[in-house]
Design a protein around this ligand. Structure first.
Ligand SMILES: C[S@@+](CC[C@H](N)C(=O)[O-])C[C@H]1O[C@@H](n2cnc3c(N)ncnc32)[C@H](O)[C@@H]1O
Length: 323
């Protein structure tokens, strides 16, 4: 058995109380089944456990072996950790005999320990091997991908996932440099990008967008979110709550559209002879959209881009509604 050591980097949980409150862990729901799809260092999971009743279950997921090692320190019998993407939620729950759950939280993106530990290769500030995988046990590192990808795909990824205006120039510079030497460290890549980006955005390192794009691509973040949203929706019991915290516009747009597609059901022409019971019904009720307070952002600047959207699965059973 291999043991994963967890370096001492802290993660400050964003929207901690707000996200846990959104799951409404009171009344009969306190003994329900809940999912934390992004365990991280367990800030949300620990608070959820502290509020749950003795018969509740909390199933958490993370792709990162260090997150899994941290979760291994929780000995609470109500808690289970799964080393996999939340995009496998439906099967993972079914394997544990849990088909429907009462609430799901996704706190997307990367954790502070992943960024702060130079050895993980996510940071353009600290030099480290260009890895960027959340799950270091599988898949291709950023260095391997940059060494082999076509210039056209590099440009497409950097443009779409980084919303980077200079994607063409950056892709060209990467391809030119890799013909001379392997691109294997974060500072090396940051330098190549800085040389290709012609204008500077105030307060933003020129490598920010490119690093974000490569990270999203390497970790299949948007694919996982798309699949994960469907798994989460299918796994929710009527009355179940889905709370999602996203950190950039690509994610938030996807969450917003998914919620809207289930909540805003187009009604047929009123003049058609359709019985009321046969009319399409909304399947989600939008409950809230929230951002961290100014105080939270002052204390934790990484919270500044967070947006949480919360929705409830319909129909709401009368039993749980009164709970
Ligand atoms: C923002 S952090 C979560 C922090 C956590 N809420 C806490 O309080 O410590 C995001 C975490 O989700 C994990 N992650 C991101 N995408 C994932 C996915 N598709 N499946 C499972 N874990 C994922 C990352 O590895 C990271 O540990």
């Amino acid at each position: 058995m291999t043991t994963t050591t967890v370096p001492e980097f802290q993660h400050r949980t964003v929207l901690l109380d707000e996200a846990v409150d959104a799951l409404a862990l009171d009344g009969a729901r306190a003994n329900g089944v809940f999912v934390d799809g992004t365990f991280g260092r367990g800030g949300h999971s620990r608070l959820i456990l502290s509020k749950l009743g003795p018969d509740a279950r909390l199933i958490a997921f993370d792709k990162d072996p260090q997150a899994i090692a941290t979760a291994g320190q929780i000995t609470d019998p109500r808690f289970t950790i799964v080393h996999d993407s939340f995009a496998t939620m439906r099967e993972a729950l079914a394997e544990r005999g849990l088909n429907k759950v009462d609430g799901i939280l996704l706190d997307l993106g990367i954790s502070s320990p992943q960024v702060d530990d130079a050895a993980r290769g996510f940071s353009f500030r600290n030099d480290g091997p260009l890895d960027m995988r959340m799950d270091t046990t599988r898949g291709m590192s950023a260095a391997q991908w940059l060494a082999t990808e076509t210039e056209q795909t590099l440009e497409k990824v950097i443009k779409e996932y980084g919303e980077e205006r200079f994607a063409f120039q950056i892709a060209k510079a990467i391809v030119a440099r890799r013909a001379v030497e392997p691109i294997s460290t974060t500072r090396q890549l940051a330098g190549i990008v800085a040389g290709a980006v012609k204008t500077r955005e105030k307060g933003k390192d020129p490598a920010t967008r490119t690093f974000q794009a490569i990270r999203i691509f390497i970790n299949k973040e948007l694919e996982d979110l798309e699949v994960g949203l469907n798994h989460a929706y299918d796994s929710l019991a009527p009355g179940g709550i889905l709370a999602i915290i996203s950190f950039h516009s690509l994610e938030d747009r996807m969450v917003k559209r998914f919620f809207a597609s289930k909540a805003n059901v187009e009604q047929p022409d009123r003049r058609l002879p359709i019985r009321a019971v046969d009319l399409p019904q909304p399947e989600l009720k939008l409950l809230s959209k929230m951002k961290p307070s100014d105080r939270e952002v002052d204390e934790n600047p990484r919270a500044r881009s967070a947006v949480m959207r919360v929705a409830r699965r319909l129909p709401i059973p009368s039993l749980q509604e009164g709970a």
